[in-house]
Ligand binder design. Structure first.
Ligand SMILES: Cc1ncc(COP(=O)(O)O)c(C=O)c1O
Length: 352
């Protein structure tokens, strides 16, 4: 249905019908938790060791730095090394953030609106109306950030291989007001697609009118596998470097899906120019990220690198099973051997 072709009366009728359907569902007083990506309590139990793993005497860095204090704006070396492996980048291309990658993404778009991005001539907010490309279906919080900040949204269809790249390329080629695209490249929320190598290469190589255009690469599920095993995903930062567009991508991730979302650590990975820009934007209000507080996953995950975990991936339906690349065989807490997770009604259940 193309709403642009409807008259005001027709739109009012459609609106009234939708409202009536909504009220009907509301009237059933259902208590449904529609949250996506929310771990079940028994998954959280796997990470209970986080609550006690750091004690007095465990808070000095290898070089003797006292991590209990202020400092090290971009993150402690141990956390950077951990995330460098997660994001497949160099530690110098990492900023360790606070508890939430979504907060880092919000800060990034706010920073773009207020201060601009490297390559641009002015803050996005001073360039008239600006837009982001939103592959649909997509993650509602990305769209909420745009809505909140007055960034227009242009939709493109999602295909099994990622966004429809013909549509994306057509949108960015001539219109400098298109400043970015939201991407959840692996096990996309909500529908689970994984971006193909071809899509990654086209994002890196496409002709873009805006010099301050950014791909927001929200890799929330990078090591939270579903289906028949770890899905390969081409490294977009590496592809951009090869294409001569190293500043095009900002990659985000966090430990929220691996340990405790309420006590996680988030990360931005990007070219050194983008990292320096992000640090400059943050310097006035950021003292240090929280990465070795008692509930930080960094000490917990340290020494149990992502690669040390086993997958135990079952066959079967792509969306109904999730392989837990979790601290099972090597973790200091709970777990016996490989774990498999089922997604049932949007929640995760462990089947070890
Ligand atoms: C695609 C996506 N990005 C980000 C997040 C939130 O991540 P964080 O806990 O690091 O803010 C979620 C949570 O469900 C998500 O699905």
């Amino acid at each position: 249905m193309d709403f642009n072709e409807k008259s005001a009366d027709e739109l009012a009728g459609i609106g009234a019908e939708a409202q009536a359907t909504y009220e009907g569902i509301r009237g059933k007083n259902l208590a449904l938790d529609m949250t996506r990506g929310k771990p079940a309590p028994d998954q959280l139990d796997l990470s209970n060791g986080i609550l006690t793993v750091v004690g007095p005497g465990d808070t000095d860095g290898d070089d003797g730095t006292d991590y209990r204090n202020y400092g090290i704006l971009s993150g402690i070396p141990e956390a950077k090394a951990l995330f460098a492996e997660y994001m497949e980048v160099a530690p110098a291309e990492i900023i360790v953030g606070g508890n939430s990658s979504l907060t880092m993404m919000y800060d990034t778009i706010v920073g773009g609106m207020l201060f601009g991005m490297p390559g641009g001539s002015a803050p996005w907010g001073d360039q008239g109306s600006v837009k982001f490309i939103c592959p649909v279906p997509g993650y509602d919080r990305h769209f909420a950030i745009c809505e909140r900040l007055g960034v227009g949204m242009v939709t493109v269809p999602m295909t099994p291989d990622g966004p429809d790249m013909d549509a994306v390329e057509a949108l960015v080629a001539d219109d400098a007001s298109v400043k970015g695209i939201w991407c959840v490249p692996k096990y996309s929320n909500p529908s689970g697609e994984v971006y193909s190598d071809d899509v990654v290469d086209r994002l890196a190589n496409m002709q873009v009118a805006a010099p301050d255009f950014r791909v927001i690469w929200d890799n929330a599920y990078n090591v939270h596998h579903i289906g028949e095993g770890p899905a390969p995903l081409k490294n977009l930062l590496a592809a951009c470097k090869n294409a001569g567009t190293p500043d095009r991508v900002l990659m985000f991730g966090s430990t929220s899906k691996l340990t405790l979302p309420g006590a996680g650590v988030a990360v931005l990975a990007a070219s050194e120019a983008n990292i320096q820009d992000a640090l400059k934007k943050n310097v006035l209000f950021r003292y240090r990220p929280g990465q070795n507080q008692p509930t930080s996953p960094c000490p917990f995950l340290q020494g149990h690198g992502w690669a040390a975990c086993s997958y135990g991936c079952p066959g079967g339906d792509h969306r109904s099973e999730i392989c837990g690349r979790r601290r099972c065989s090597s973790a200091p807490v709970g777990g016996q051997g490989d774990c498999q997770m089922d997604i049932t009604e949007g929640r995760l259940f462990r089947q070890c």
